[in-house]
Design a protein around this ligand. Structure first.
Ligand code: 13P
Ligand code: SF4
Length: 307
């Protein structure tokens, strides 16, 4: 604890010195989320904040694709990530070259890309989506392009879960989140029997039978909003472990019950490497010049959709 308090005060002093803000994802550990995060939220919320912020430096307390998204939206700012190995299995599942091949195979079909992708994939994309707005984006793209199907990449489960909620046809890819693919419908059944009164919330990156067995599915921010509004007595959060710990402070009356899985990529970010990152101004995340405009268009189209 004394070490954590010291690191938090060092980080807060360095933020002022560097004119920096820390954008912290909902999967950060509580000492980062509550201790040093200037803006906390889901992928969509952090992307919007990156575009709005007037700070010179953005520290992404999250994973690499999020830092790239910040750079795409704010190319004049310095974007730092505390550990370059904070990746994402979904972002690693597809490349820009793969997307070019898919587009050749399905000419005229719009490409909707989950934000959990690299900048070269975003640069090949018509519009991005997050788990919070995927259905809305898919329907918008089908209407705008005047077609009855869209390409939705790279998350296989997000694609299937969106397909279950729309009449638009979905062409998918085989990417998976290593955290959410591990949950099983049988886990949910077990929890239901053990805690019959509990509300079960799951992230849309989970397999579809897991979502079918849950009471609510949504992005990390949508799950947070649901819990803070409804304050169920017991909640099972089918997502990354830190979520429950981060929400608990705002809703002490809610009991959070397992299971949860850790994201090894998110957990690479620590108070210590955030301090080092601000002190040494490392590791800077850059995006090749030619990718910035097409990738920004895809992200901005998503941000500009009505809420
Ligand atoms: P959210 O957009 O729901 O925050 O999800 C990001 C993520 O990485 C989930 O695994
Ligand atoms: Fe990627 Fe899954 Fe980790 Fe999110 S939780 S960063 S989707 S591996």
């Amino acid at each position: 604890w004394p070490d954590q308090a010291r690191l938090i005060s060092e980080i807060n002093a360095l933020k002022k010195e560097r004119d920096a803000v820390i954008l912290a994802h909902n999967y950060m550990t509580p000492e980062i989320f509550h201790g040093v995060g200037d803006y906390v939220g889901d992928s969509l919320g952090l992307a919007k904040e990156a575009a709005r912020s007037s700070a010179k430096v953005i520290v992404q307390a999250g994973v690499h694709f999020m830092a790239e998204t910040s750079k795409i939206l704010s190319p004049d700012k310095t974007v730092l990530i505390p550990d370059l190995k904070a990746g994402c299995s979904l972002a690693e599942a597809i490349t820009g070259a793969d997307v070019r091949l898919i587009k050749q195979r399905y000419p005229g079909i719009p490409v909707v890309t989950y934000v959990n992708t690299t900048a070269d994939v975003k640069a090949e994309t018509d519009i991005c989506c997050t788990s919070a707005n995927a259905v809305q984006v898919v329907e918008w793209a089908a209407k705008e392009w005047g077609v009855d199907k869209v390409i939705l990449i790279p998350d296989e489960f997000l694609a299937r879960n969106v397909a279950a909620q729309t009449t638009v046809g979905i062409i998918a890819w085989k990417g998976r989140c290593i955290v959410h693919e591990r949950f099983r419908a049988a886990d949910i059944e077990e929890m239901r029997q053990a805690y019959p009164g509990a509300e079960i919330l799951a992230h849309p990156e989970c397999p579809e039978d897991v979502l079918a067995a849950a009471d609510f599915a949504g992005s990390t921010a949508a799950m947070t909003d649901y819990i803070t509004a409804k304050k169920p007595r017991q909640v099972v959060l089918i997502t990354e472990c830190s979520m429950a710990a981060n929400i608990k402070g705002d809703v002490p009356e809610v009991d959070f019950i397992g299971p949860c899985n850790l994201c090894p990529y998110m957990k690479r970010i620590t108070l210590e490497n955030i301090r080092d990152c601000l002190r040494d101004m490392r590791f800077e995340v850059t995006v090749p010049e030619e990718m910035i405009a097409p990738a920004a268009l895809a992200v901005q189209r998503m941000i500009d959709l009505p809420p």
